[in-house]
Design a protein around this ligand. Sequence first.
Ligand code: PMP
Length: 407
Amino acid sequence: VPALDVEKIRRDFPLLQEKVYGLPLVYLDNAATTQKPQVVLDALEQYYTTINSNVHRGVHHLSQRATDAYEGARKIIASFINAQKPEEVIFTKGTTDGINLVANSFGRSVIKPGDIVLVSAMEHHSNIVPWQIMCEDRGAELQVIPMNEQGELLMDQFSALLNDRVKIIAVTWVSNALGTVNPVHEIISRAHARNIPVLLDAAQAIQHMPVDVQELDVDFLVFSGHKLYGPTGIGVLYGKEEWLDKLPPYQGGGDMIKTVTFAKTIYNVLPYKFEAGTPDISGAIALGTAVEYVQKAGIENIQQWEEQLMEYATQRLQEVEGLRFIGQAKKKSGAISFLVDDIHPYDLGELLDKQGIAIRTGHHCAEPVMSAFCIPGTVRASFAMYTTMEDIDKLVAGIQKAASMLR
Ligand code: PMP
């Protein structure tokens, strides 16, 4: 018996009650973005109808309430990921923004010509391109931890790549294209044995499993609110205080300063040093609400339920003639990628859409992964806490119907 009351949870999500083409929506594109529970939508509206005001500035009542709510959200998130201090939680626009922040600040202050940045073969473009830009700028080199045909990182080769020139390692915890869960504890401990800091892209981990930054001992960790049942436009960068203190600001502007003269600016303390300008106040507050919603359901319960979904989907999809999985790692979470015969993923996606089934097709912003498998793209079904076994049954039936039309 699942500890999660999935039917009750589903009733909290207005969009899951909607129909597409007159059919009940089967939403299996959660790795792209999750739907939002009513409490999150209410938090957004309540902010604008009751406390809308700028933060950290006014002495007036509304500004103080907005500031309290914004800083309250920071505390909720800090506790969710077990950060030592709320000051280690920086609000960003999302995962992409967080990686750009670290690549830029770390690059300018640490990276020298000839240094190496290590990423993995299964990174999302947002954990490749910012490092490439920075490496080009600094005369540094980007190197890649390879993977096998199952879509698992080759850990021996990872160790062989570590040397004194490697200054930072940036890897994804869970692959959005393959569903692979990477051995992040092992990566971090081997990196730290050589004093190399690690950034984890937790965009596909934070919504599926418990995240404890102190237990991981990770240096930087980034994620997006919109994949965690929160709004778009808001995300989080966690950084160890010692690192965030050392790094220079990413952007300049209001809020990130203590004093400004034309001769010199003294920067503000953490976390404000990295939050230039008016932030996404309502987004941050609503992300705090989303995190509380997840905590109420219980992240362990969500993880357990989604493991059952993954097992069931893997088993049921095997019934489809000609279906092959792309990425067969022993540990997978959240997403399953596959192809059927030589049917183009886009054609399959379109026929599934007509049946009210939302999945993702294409390269999933991970073109190097597709190149490694010599394919143009995949069909990807991805899960959330509200996904049901019935959704998976409908997916399998939908694929069978679509494939018979396309064969
Ligand atoms: N990394 C991974 C692993 C992702 O799945 C995504 C979103 N697809 C991103 C980074 C980028 O997230 P965002 O677009 O929200 O910045």
